[in-house]
Write a protein that binds this ligand. Structure first.
Ligand SMILES: [Zn+2]
Ligand SMILES: [Zn+2]
Length: 146
C-alpha cells in the first residue's frame, strides 16, 4: 500500500496486509483532521518505509505525549512512529490503493455532536485497553523467515 501527501513531497509505503481500518473520534483527532475523526491503521515498523520527503515533515507534540506529524508544505498529516513502540500510525486519507472497510470506531464517547458514526464495526467508548490485540485485528502480518 502506498501513500502520498497533498503536495507530493512526502511519500511512503507499507508492506503488510491491512485487514481493517479504525476511526478515532476523540477531540485531538477532530482538531488534527479538522473534521469528525481520523481514519487510520497501525502497522509494524518493520513493514513501513519512507519513499521520500522526510525533510519536509515537521511535528507538534502536546504535553500529554500526543504527537502530530505533518507535511510543512501542504499540512497533510503524515505517518508517525508511536512512541515507545515498534508501530507506525498511518493516516488512511493519504493512501489510494487500499479498499478495506472501517472495522472499529474508538473514542465514540467524545465524538462531535454533529458526527454520525456508521453502525458497521465495533464501537469503543474510549481507547481500547488491549492495544496489541486491537492492532492485530487490523493487520495480518506475514510470517517471516519463509
Ligand atoms: Zn505535502
Ligand atoms: Zn483520536
Amino acid at each position: 500500500m502506498k501513500g502520498i501527501c497533498n503536495c507530493g513531497a512526502v511519500a511512503f509505503k507499507v508492506e503488510t496486509k491491512v485487514t481493517g481500518l479504525y476511526q478515532c473520534h476523540c477531540q485531538l483527532c477532530q482538531k488534527q483532521s479538522g473534521s469528525t475523526s481520523n481514519t487510520a491503521v497501525i502497522v509494524p515498523a518493520s513493514s513501513f518505509r519512507w519513499v521520500h520527503g522526510l525533510q519536509s515533515i515537521t511535528h507538534w507534540k502536546k504535553d500529554t505525549g500526543f504527537t502530530s506529524d505533518f507535511c510543512k508544505i501542504c499540512g497533510s498529516p503524515v505517518p508517525n512512529k508511536l512512541r515507545d513502540t515498534d508501530f507506525y500510525w498511518i493516516p488512511m486519507g493519504l493512501v489510494s490503493d487500499c479498499d478495506v472497510a472501517i472495522i472499529s470506531h474508538i473514542c465514540c464517547s467524545s465524538k462531535a455532536s454533529w458526527d454520525v458514526i456508521a453502525q458497521d464495526g465495533l464501537h469503543f467508548d474510549d481507547m481500547p485497553e488491549d492495544l496489541d490485540r486491537f492492532i492485530s485485528r487490523h493487520t495480518q502480518t506475514e510470517p517471516s523467515g519463509t
